[in-house]
Design a protein. Structure first.
Length: 441
């Protein structure tokens, strides 16, 4: 058993025992009152899902195993530069501890060893029109690799429940290892006439992705990919892609099918696809104003026009956060250190100054602050990745770290099939009528 697998087994076994004892003593306690608006409003805010890797706080933002993004940028092992390696974050999410440089170096090599993509995946992708949306290609590619699922094969042979985690771990490691190669293949065939770039066995996971995408500003792009793939990795379990992966996994679908389902959720305009909407809106604004260096007053007028047309300002607002997204701040700090003279970067910063006061003035917006999507596109454009329909694939590669780590935990803890109770509108009306009929003392 490899070192990471051993650490995960020991940690998850201890937590499984702790969880069982906790539920036996406290399982009937109420932690949230559910009202009818929550029932009809997409279950928003209802605490009902166990998710180990991360926790999102409305004021503090995301914490990975208790660590904030600034703390992770300081404590996680670095690549050739000052940004953390995503391998270190995955180790933290799975094992619950900050890894050493040696442990992260082992994981980089392990993922390189497991990164060979089966030939049928490339054959299926090559059979698709290059105009097929990159996320559609990504989901299809993931499902073509399911034939190699260790979990599926061992389950068919009579896998013990106590070993579900082991098979899920193997699938998780193999799938994460392959994703950069798959993503880069989709990018090169869609936008660069199939001029593919072979992976480099000497690069870390994120740097290899940057290398295979192809970029004239390679070193800076490698740094960006390390940061990008770290900060997009997880955002607790309630968001659509995470919850979908968890839900499908709870049926004992293997990690390939579970992750593919999660990516179908990420592709929605109200979720991961929003990152391409932001840069598209900025491009349209710059074109409408007629300059790549608009003034704050020009941006303000365009924002007000956008709102007057009944549209939203993409990249602003969040279902949970009530402050600027720490992931936005991390990207802003990266840009300040590396590319502060870029025109589109400066447009993003001016929008950051202009939009919150306007949204606050409407009196209807709970969170007028930027989310993670507000900044990522402008940085990617600077490094030559202007094809914004591909951005959600990058998001998906990163999100694999969090949702698949959680899937391993779900199998290790023996979490059950997720099956919430639904209710009809007529039944809801009956509940209200019956409560009204009860005399008030």
């Amino acid at each position: 058993m490899d070192t990471l697998k051993q650490k995960f087994f020991e940690k998850s076994t201890a937590v499984k025992k702790e969880l069982k004892a906790f539920l036996a003593e406290n399982g009937q306690q109420k932690i949230a009152d559910v009202n009818i608006s929550q029932v009809a409003g997409g279950a928003r805010g209802i605490t009902m899902l166990l998710w180990e890797p991360s926790l999102l706080d409305a004021d503090e933002g995301i914490r990975f195993r208790g660590y904030s993004i600034p703390e992770l940028r300081e404590k996680l092992p670095k690549g050739d530069g000052d940004e953390p390696l995503p391998e270190g974050l995955f180790w933290l999410l799975l094992a619950g501890e900050i890894p050493t440089d040696k442990e992260v170096a082992w994981l980089s090599k392990e993922w390189n060893k497991r990164s060979v993509v089966p030939p049928q995946t490339f054959k299926v992708l090559d059979g698709l029109s290059p105009d097929t949306h990159p996320m559609t290609q990504f989901i299809i590619a993931i499902t073509t690799m399911q034939v190699d699922s260790v979990f599926s094969q061992r389950y068919a042979e009579g896998l013990s429940k106590d070993d579900y985690w082991d098979a899920a771990y193997e699938d998780t490691m193999n799938l994460i290892a392959r994703l950069p190669r798959v993503a880069a293949y989709i990018y090169r065939r869609s936008y660069h006439n199939g001029g593919h770039i072979a992976p480099s066995p000497n690069l870390d996971w994120a740097a290899n992705l940057a290398h295979m995408l192809g970029n004239s500003k390679t070193e800076g792009f490698k740094k960006l990919m390390r940061l990008y793939l770290t900060i997009h990795a997880d955002h607790e379990g309630g968001n659509a892609s995470a919850h979908t992966t968890h839900l499908v996994g709870s049926t004992l679908s293997d990690p390939y099918l579970s992750f593919a389902a999660g990516m179908a959720a990420l592709a929605g305009p109200l979720h991961g696809l929003a990152n391409q909407e932001v840069i598209k809106w900025i491009f349209e604004m710059v074109e409408a104003i007629g300059t790549r260096k608009p003034t704050a007053s020009q941006i303000s007028a365009y924002v007000k026009q956008t709102l007057a047309e009944g549209k939203v300002v993409p990249g602003y607002g969040h279902a949970v956060l009530r402050k600027p997204d720490p992931r936005f701040i991390a990207q802003k700090q990266f840009a300040e250190r590396n590319i502060k003279d870029d025109d589109f970067i400066n447009v993003v910063w001016k929008v950051f100054e202009v939009v919150p006061p306007i949204l606050e003035g409407l009196g209807k917006v709970k969170n007028p602050w930027p989310n993670v999507d507000a900044h990522s596109g402008a940085i990617l454009v600077h490094y030559g990745l202007t094809e914004y329909s591909f951005y959600t694939v990058l998001f998906g590669v990163s999100r694999a770290l969090g949702v698949l780590a959680s899937l391993c935990w779900a199998r290790a803890l023996g979490l059950p099939l997720e099956r919430p109770k639904s209710i009809t509108l007529q039944a809801l009306k009956k509940v209200v009528e019956e409560r009204k009929a009860v005399p008030v003392n």
